[in-house]
Design a protein around this ligand. Structure first.
Ligand SMILES: *Cc1c(COP(=O)(O)O)cnc(C)c1O
Ligand SMILES: [Zn+2]
Length: 419
């Protein structure tokens, strides 16, 4: 009783490829490819869970890789799932949950993608792992590469936060700090991979990144014991929101669950290509469009939330489909709300998020204000990256310590009225 990885299908034009296809994008139109499966016909109860594993590979029956001897020994996934009552109550939500993916080996959600991409790379005999990144995808690939002793080359915009560049270097990756944006780094990486024949982990372009990210949906289903009404996802390239949606779609297609949550795309106003595209499509009639005719917007991103600062979303169409086909919504927030959301989340729940991850909470608040989310709905807010990734921006919203002389009198005076 095994699922078969049966091939690929283009998100844009629907053209299919066999599982042996060794390219990345759709040969017919250049669109991103979705991994397809043949599901077991007479499945046993819990057939899709391997309880002997406490990482994403407990769902190996739903993944397109088979040789787990090639997987990183690091524990990726099975991240904590918390009820966030106080945080929810602040905006009138009775059933708010936080899923903390800052607790992955390299401290971001990207480890899910990297862990599956790593097995795929080794299964096809790749010798060098390569990718472009705003920071987290790269530091994740570098971390996982180090865990199995593979060489790794990462392209980042030179302005990536110091902690992320430090992570990359510490894990021993060759780091090319590109004098330009993430989009410049991405394009450069594509050319170098093509010329050198390296495994290209680039987000969205490599269909296996989405497959790794979908495992968060499986965990939510297990951890909640149900399908939530909404999942809020901070969005840049759109690969996380498309991946989480794909995970729920797989559960439904395979007959494991019977519904799909609405996807809430949360973005900074200063990097909102996917939201703008969603709104444009929503303004036309009520039906879903022919996806071949939808062009995802391009913007000039300036947000402080570096992990979601994207001019040209690399999995944009899949993300737009995720929002619209799930009956979801897109909201945007100003950067000031994103920075304010960092201490709010931390003080209301104990989870410290980097700016991009805090955008999910800022977006949940915005959606509650707009009446998109209602009080009794079950809402999961995805925390995609740890706050220690970008201390400089956290400090902007954190306030200042109380400076005291090193005397008991001064310390007592300064603590009067606490508790
Ligand atoms: C990459 C990333 C995102 C956005 O994911 P996309 O696939 O680019 O939409 C959000 N938060 C964090 C912390 C990330 O690293
Ligand atoms: Zn195509």
């Amino acid at each position: 009783m095994k699922t078969t990885f049966s091939g690929f299908r283009c998100f844009r034009c629907g053209t299919q490829q066999k599982a042996l296809f060794d390219g990345y994008a759709c040969p017919a139109c250049g669109g991103n490819l979705e991994v397809r499966y043949r599901w077991p016909t007479e499945p046993a109860d819990r057939w899709w869970i391997d309880d002997s594993r406490q990482d994403i590979f407990r769902y190996k029956a739903l993944l397109p890789v088979s040789n787990l001897d090639l997987a990183s020994p690091l524990r990726v996934g099975m991240s904590p799932f918390y009820t966030a009552q106080r945080l929810g109550a602040a905006v009138g939500l009775q059933r708010l949950y936080l899923k903390d993916d800052g607790q992955n080996p390299s401290a971001s959600f990207k480890d899910r993608a990297g862990a599956v991409a790593l097995v795929r790379a080794r299964e096809i005999g790749a010798t060098v792992l390569c990718g472009a990144s705003t920071g987290n995808a790269g530091s994740s690939m570098a971390c996982l590469a180090a865990s199995v002793g593979m060489p790794c080359v990462i392209f980042v915009p030179e302005k990536a936060p110091a902690a992320k560049i430090a992570q990359l270097l510490i894990f021993g990756a060759t780091v090319l700090a590109v004098k330009g944006s993430y989009d410049d780094a991405f394009d450069l990486c594509m050319h170098v991979c093509a010329q050198r024949g390296w495994f290209n982990r680039n987000t969205g372009h490599n269909p296996f990144t989405r497959e790794g990210k979908k495992t968060a949906a499986f965990e939510m289903y297990e951890q909640l014991g149900d399908i939530p009404d909404w999942v809020a996802v901070p969005t840049g390239d759109g690969n996380i929101i498309a991946g989480v949606w794909k995970g729920f779609c797989d559960l439904k297609e395979a007959g494991i669950a019977d519904k799909i949550p609405r996807m809430l795309c949360t973005q900074s106003e200063a990097s909102a290509a996917i939201s703008q595209t969603v709104w444009t499509v929503q303004q036309t009639d009520g039906n879903l469009p022919d996806w071949k005719t939808v062009d995802v917007a391009n913007v000039s991103a300036t947000t402080v939330a570096d992990s979601i600062s994207v001019d040209q979303p690399r999995d944009g169409l899949a993300a737009v489909r995720a929002v619209l086909e799930s009956g979801g919504a897109a909201v945007t927030v100003p950067d000031s709300d994103i920075l304010a959301a960092i201490p709010e989340m931390a003080r209301g729940s104990g989870v410290f998020a980097e700016p991009a991850a805090a955008c999910a909470w800022a977006g949940v608040k915005q959606a509650a204000r707009e009446g998109i989310l209602t009080a009794e709905e079950t809402v999961v807010c995805l925390c995609t990256g740890n706050g220690l990734k970008d201390v400089a921006n956290a400090r902007k919203a954190a306030g200042e310590p109380v400076r005291v002389e090193a005397t008991l009198e001064a310390a007592l005076a300064a603590t009067d009225g606490i508790g």
